[in-house]
Structures are given as structure tokens and as C-alpha cells.
Design a protein around this ligand. Structure first.
Ligand code: NOS
Ligand code: ZN
Length: 377
């Protein structure tokens, strides 16, 4: 008998794209108006008479979004949303977009998703804020049903976003609170970061805290540490949207020794979830390449890192594709992807018992099964 080292079940090889697709995934940061199918945009534009689409062929339109979003600036990246929001102004359009969102995610192996959108951007044709929320919720329920009929299980919760350049945050926070337990699981602020600090909306955050409600804040994407510091220490955010610039508070010496500043220490010690979106960051210039994306170091240092899509249309991506990019860049295995997924569930805005059941009864058994596949090749 030769004495062979015992192979860890994970050692045989990198996960295949097909295994990544079948792995259960959890998505906390994805914009409804950043994930439409190009063909749906074309249909809805035709039906509503919106004549400003840059392309009317779905394939060309998809490419247009990716290229236009590939601008190196968050402000220019955000300009592309004018077209998606333009065709999301009726109840029917919102139901369709939300249903397709849930279907597409389920098809990609996402089992739990929190999808965000700004109700104030869907009032141009007379819908009320409440009608917008109800239409999107109806679409998510429809998408969950269709996914189930196709053999996929997914649960979708909504996050209501307020736009940081506008002045409706308190109103949207109240809306999120009213629809709590009715499909809405939390609140967010988004939009251009430089010049619009989160403290502009302190009243909204203080209101939500008094209501024991949850919120995340886009911070540390196009602007640095002060934005993250405000989001956490002034506004009390439960999670950070992106948060990539926390890397500016971490020093790595030539010998590999790592020193965390006070803010980075706080973020790690308090297990503040980071909703990282690698492909989106490359497009807005918040990161330079997958291999150099701060997620590599932050994962190593065991920050509470999660992986997200941000805008599937603008980045031509999916949860599986984000995982594939990371597998290529950092050699991540199924064990890493399970870790990201468990992190995401720990950070989700649904009740603790549901998060735990999702971790123990859905995520862990399915990753274990995937890891065992090499035994039966
Ligand atoms: O990465 C991002 N950073 C900041 N704002 C964003 C990002 N992606 C989308 N939005 C903004 O959020 C609104 C509601 O979904 C979108 O219309 C877009 O303006
Ligand atoms: Zn975002």
C-alpha cells in the first residue's frame, strides 16, 4: 500500500461554469432597472411609443448598454438608466420586468435575492408610489411562480431606493416601512455619490432606525472613506453598497504584513456586510481589473464580503458570471463560493430563522452535493 495524502474533496479542480450555475446563490445588490432583457426594452418602447432608444435590435441594444456603461465614470454609467426607466412607467411594464427578473435569476441558480429600485423614477405616467410598489411585488410573485413551474426555487424581496440627488428619501423610507412584511424588506440610497453625501438624508435613516427597519447605503464606490464613514457612523447603515474604497484604509507592507486603519477595523470587527459588484466597478472605474479588485484582499482578511451583479444589463453579467470571473482571477473553489453565499444570507434583511434555514437546509446541502461530484465522475 502506498501512502497517499488524503485529498480534500475540494482539491480536484476548479468548479466548471456548469457547476457554478447549479450552485445555490444569493444576491443582495441588484437594480431592477439595471437588469431588463434587451428584447423586453424593445417591446415596451414599441408599446409605449418611446422613441429615444439608441438601437431597436435587441442584440445591438444589449451591446449598446454594455459599451455606454463602460465609461469609467459613475455619472456617465448612470445616464444609461434613462432608457430603462423610460419604459417602466406603467403597471403592466413593471409587472413584466419584475417577473422576468425573478425568472432570470432563478434560471441562473439564485435562491434568494433582494432587488432594489427607486419608486420615484416610475411616476411619469401617473402611477402613485404605492401603485409602483404593488406592481413590482406582483411581478416578483409571478416570477417566483413561473420559476417554480420550471423546477427552480427562488424568493425575492424588494428594497426601495431613494435617489441621493433628490429630496424624497423620508417619503420613500416611510413607503418602505408601510410595505414591510408585504414584499419590501428594506431601504437604500443610490445615484451619483460625489457631492451627495448620505447625511443629506439623515431624517430618513433616523426614521427607519426608530421603526427597527433595515437599510443599506451605496457608499465607497465613486467616493472614498468619508462616504463610508458617514454611511456607518452618521447614518447607521446595516450594509454598504460596494464599499470597495475601504481598501484605502488598509496598508499592506512589502513583507505582506497588513495594517487596518480605524474605519477598516470597525467594518471588519462589526461584520459590516460589503455588497461587492466586481464587473460594475470595472465599468465605473472603481476598480482596474478582476485580479486587482479589492475583493481578493478583503476575502483573505475575512471581511463580511458578498458578491453581487449590480446591473446585469449594463454589465452583461449574472451571478454565475461574477463567480466565474472571480474563479479565474483568484482560483476560488466551491468552498469560497459557499462562503460568499453564507455571508450574503447572514446579511440578508429577512428574519434570522429564515436566513438560518436557508443556510442549513438549502445552501450547505447543495454545496456539499456539488463538492462530492468528483467522486462519481
Ligand atoms: O452602482 C450604482 N451606484 C449608484 N447608483 C446606482 C448604481 N447602479 C444603479 N444606480 C442607480 O439606482 C437607481 C435605482 O435602481 C438607478 O436608476 C440608477 O440611477
Ligand atoms: Zn448599485
Amino acid at each position: 500500500m502506498t501512502s497517499q495524502p488524503i485529498a480534500h474533496p475540494d482539491t480536484p479542480q476548479a468548479p466548471t461554469p456548469e457547476q457554478i450555475r447549479r450552485a445555490p446563490k444569493v444576491l443582495l445588490h441588484d437594480h431592477l432597472d439595471g437588469g431588463l432583457r434587451p428584447g423586453t426594452i424593445v417591446d415596451l418602447a414599441r408599446e409605449s411609443g418611446y422613441g429615444n432608444l439608441p438601437e431597436t435590435d435587441p442584440d445591438k441594444l444589449g451591446i449598446w448598454f454594455r459599451e455606454a456603461a463602460d465609461s469609467g465614470s459613475l455619472e456617465r454609467y448612470l445616464e444609461t438608466f434613462a432608457h430603462t426607466c423610460a419604459v417602466m412607467q406603467t403597471r403592466e411594464a413593471l409587472v413584466r420586468v419584475a417577473a422576468e427578473c425573478a425568472e432570470d435569476l432563478a434560471e441562473d441558480g439564485v435562491v434568494y435575492a433582494e432587488i432594489r429600485y427607486a419608486p420615484e423614477q416610475h411616476l411619469e405616467q401617473g402611477l402613485t408610489l404605492e401603485e409602483v410598489v404593488e406592481a413590482v411585488n406582483e411581478g416578483f410573485r409571478e416570477g417566483e411562480r413561473r420559476a417554480k413551474a420550471n423546477g427552480h426555487r427562488i424568493r425575492v424581496g424588494a428594497l426601495l431606493t431613494a435617489m441621493r440627488h433628490a429630496a424624497r428619501a423620508l417619503e420613500i423610507a416611510e413607503l418602505a416601512n408601510r410595505y414591510r412584511d408585504l414584499g419590501v424588506v428594506g431601504f437604500d440610497i443610490a445615484g451619483a455619490e460625489a457631492g451627495f453625501p448620505p447625511t443629506r438624508h439623515l431624517d430618513a435613516f433616523e426614521y427607519l432606525k426608530r421603526e427597527n427597519n433595515h437599510f443599506t447605503i451605496h457608499a465607497g464606490e465613486a467616493f472614498g472613506l468619508p462616504s463610508i464613514w458617514q454611511a456607518l457612523q452618521w447614518c447607521g447603515a446595516d450594509r454598504l453598497g460596494h464599499g470597495v474604497r475601504i481598501i484605502d484604509d488598509i496598508q499592506v507592507a512589502d513583507d505582506g504584513t497588513v495594517k487596518l486603519g480605524r474605519l477598516a477595523s470597525y467594518v471588519r470587527d462589526k461584520r459590516v456586510p460589503l455588497e461587492m459588484c466586481p464587473s460594475s466597478n470595472l465599468q465605473t472605474g472603481a476598480a482596474t481589473s478582476y485580479g486587482e479588485h479589492p475583493i481578493g484582499l478583503l476575502r483573505k482578511l475575512r471581511f463580511r464580503v458578498t458578491v453581487n451583479t449590480d446591473n446585469r444589463l449594463m454589465s452583461g453579467t449574472s451571478m454565475s458570471r461574477e463567480f466565474e470571473h472571480l474563479a479565474d482571477a483568484f482560483g476560488y473553489t466551491l468552498t469560497d463560493f459557499e462562503w460568499f453565499t453564507v455571508n450574503a444570507l447572514k446579511s440578508a434583511f429577512i428574519p434570522f430563522d429564515e436566513r438560518l434555514a436557508m443556510i442549513n437546509d438549502v445552501v450547505k446541502p447543495r454545496y456539499a452535493e456539488l463538492r462530492a461530484e468528483w467522486l462519481f465522475r
